[in-house]
Design a protein. Sequence first.
Lengths: 483, 487
Amino acid sequence: MGDENSTLSEAEARHLLRRTGFDVSAKTIEKWVASGQTRGGAAAELLKFKPQGFKPNGKTFEDIHDKWVKFMLKTKAALQEKLVLFWHDHFATGISKVADAPLMTKQNALLRRFCKGDFKQLVKEINRDPATMQYLDTVRNTKDGLNENYGREVQELFTLGVKDSNGNDNYLQEDIVQIARAFTGWRYDDKNESYLSNSRHDVGGAPKVIYKSTGQFGLSGINYAAGGEGEGEIDAVTDIIFQHRDSDGRNTVARRTVRRLIEFFGTPNAPQDVVDDCVGTGPDAFDTTWSIEGVLRRIFTHDDFYLGAGAPGVTTHKSIAWPADYVLTTLRTLKVKPKGKDLIIAGGTYNAIRDHLVDMGQTLFDPPSVFGWDWESNWISSATLLARYGFVRDLTSARDGGGTSFRPEKLIDLTLTDANDIVDAVLVVCGVHASFTNVEKTVLADYLTDGAGPINLTDADYRNRKLNGLFALVLESPAFQLV
Amino acid sequence: MAITRRLFLKSGSTAAAGALLAPRLFGSSFVQDALAAIGNRYFVVIYLDGGNDGLNTVVPAGGVLRPWYESARGAGSGGLRLTAANLANTAIANDPNTGSALALHPGFRASPNGSGGAGDGGLHALYQAGKVAVVQGCGYPRYSLSHEDSRRIFQTADPSLSLYGGTGWVGRHLASAYAGQPSAIPGVVIKDAVARDFRQGATSVLAIRRLRDFSFPYDSEFDSLSEKNARNTAFNALHAQAQSGADSGFQYIGNTGATTLASTAAYPALHTLYSSNPTRNAFGKLYDNGTPPGVNRSTARDLLEVAKVINGTEQGMVNSRFFWVENGGYDTHSDQGAGASDGQQFGLHSELGASLKVFYDDLASMGVADRVCIMVYSEFSRRVEQNDTGTDHGSQGPMFLIGGKVAGGVYGNHPRIDPAQLDGEGNTRYRQNGSNNGFESTDFRDVYGTILNKWMAVNPTTVLTADTGDPTRNWTVPNFNMPLFVP
């Protein structure tokens, strides 16, 4: 059993950096291994970033999308961006319905501000976030025309889930209706500030009692408007939701949220005891502090997290890289800097990064539905793999774009003449040397001589064909799709 | 990650892992093998994403249902009531239970060019030709109002969400019917991702957006045959290795990547095959022009891709017989619209109906309409009583079956929309076995089972596990015998 005092092996250090960031810094690995860095020490180092106040400002979807990507390409706090991606999926909101780029920007900044902060407060902020209110119809929810959309999703997707970890219903339709009443009349003004319109708010009707039938609060349920009707109701409802317990007494919101964080950063299908370990106990427990940072520290120091550190031929705990992760990691690893406002890969096909991401199935600011994206093998299909290969082709054939082209000669020593040495060098640059078996390395070495004359990296024609082709094969390889 | 992924090309994979793969996949022996599964027929699934409002899809136009309908759907501004005038041209047969007159939503009679010819007249024209079975009140006991859960229930055919390891019902059929043919590619999904209805690990299902673009992206400066072969050899070897790796995601990518490279050798040509035929090409243009102006055309364009693959299968170039297409945007909590043609649901229905009509006419012209069955479903219907300008989530709703050998007409009973008979949540009750005064509901699995039984000619229990002891599975095998097809 390891804990926060366990020292990191090289493979574990690489795993932690890859899962919490994009490209992996060989220097950091070297430093950590040499100094005997512990899991806890490394986690503290990764989590010490100060949430940056970056806002992807712009008038159009293209503006804000590309600004966020550009920021992610440069940021030194990659973990923050991974968290913003996670919360963007968790509180999925799409510009195709919101139809207002500044509202999406505002939400993105909110997610960044709270990315490792107080989860309960984050939900309270989301409750009155204009983009969310637009996307989930809060602005159309009035005393005369109750709209249940937000009342359902705030429970199903943002907090409780449909069923608890023991398969019991967390809420019923009647609870959705009652919670929808709390949100009646919430709107936002022309400065994008939310407020309660009293004339549209449901007041003086039947008691606002929830969870009568789930047994959480006794047979009579709990009245969320006991403190008075009006503005305070939505916070009161949230406080009650956050007290919800599974049938075995554990906090429902804490368990579900932690499980999702483990699935994102660590391993899918974690056993319940791992989830409960990461919820924690005592004064630091997630269901007391609601500190996301605390959960992350527990995840990054847990044995379960490091099950995925092995090669994909050996471990069963790899995760499939999200398209955004795949694109950013590749660009950052190969030091390719897309050009201009539209982030074009210059020198090859001149396609925009945005279009590549759309084709791979991850349009930032526009998830497919309120459920966000489907993860893991759902990222993979013939269509999305071809999109990944198309991105790789664009990158590795970009030779004529001046300073922004792909320049393998800056990454690889061109005096190398042995096929195995060249393969090793490329795999090291791509950060997947340990993921490839000897058989797979031989396949790549054979490619260097297949259909070509003797290996000569200093010959531009050979290099452009075979070294670029080797990079393409590695970037297209199954191992490189995994984190 | 719950899906068990059987290894693609598990046995004898070394021989297939190189350039030999493509001929093996599309060779004649494979074509012959597959004919045993669905014969020379085709099956197309169309999923209406978001929960289509069934009450404004198969609409009470008269009889005892009409006053109940009018009490639930308002006439004023934001009201969703379809008037007698709205419904005048889309009548269908009466409700078998109440005898009330029924009509399709007026959007289903989209007449973009008024020619009355190919593509004109929408779904209602197909109904009038006797090619549409309207199956009312399809649902399941203890309905879920969650999009995700109900969608999964329809896709896996399992209201308990505990059977089948997350595999789709069509996927289970493919796994069973194509067992021992791991390189068969019987299914094509027109989407970025493999739809859950088709998911399983035993056969490959392609996800294709556009055939024309379904080509492998080689570096155009170095795309000599020898360089391509060298790349393909290495690519296939790496993917074959991944298929025998430990991690299930690794295996899945290995499998999908290898299938993708092989298929890119065959599928783009299907586009050319279709458009180089003048008759087909003329139809191809109708998929765009056959849609009313201002209406989204993405579903029509998706169905055009299906038509191209069917055309290719008919010519022996590939062997895909199962397809999946979606038509999105049905989560009409607000601004749903009623009979005005600029309304949200009107646009969706126009798009769907016009697309289906062009597709059917194209299939008829190819001579395969009698061998195609199209099934249309949504994850649930919507609340009987409307909200301000839209509708919230509801229980059972209608399904459509369309095809040359579909026995057109109205099946099942209209849900019991009497306000006094709704459940505590304002939804129609799902009831069977004579317990609903004639308003008995239809289990959606009876429709699936009938398709398996009569269309795919397989024993439905290979896909649907009957269990009369479980109240969520209270259908029985003899029910898989609805009269939805003409012999």
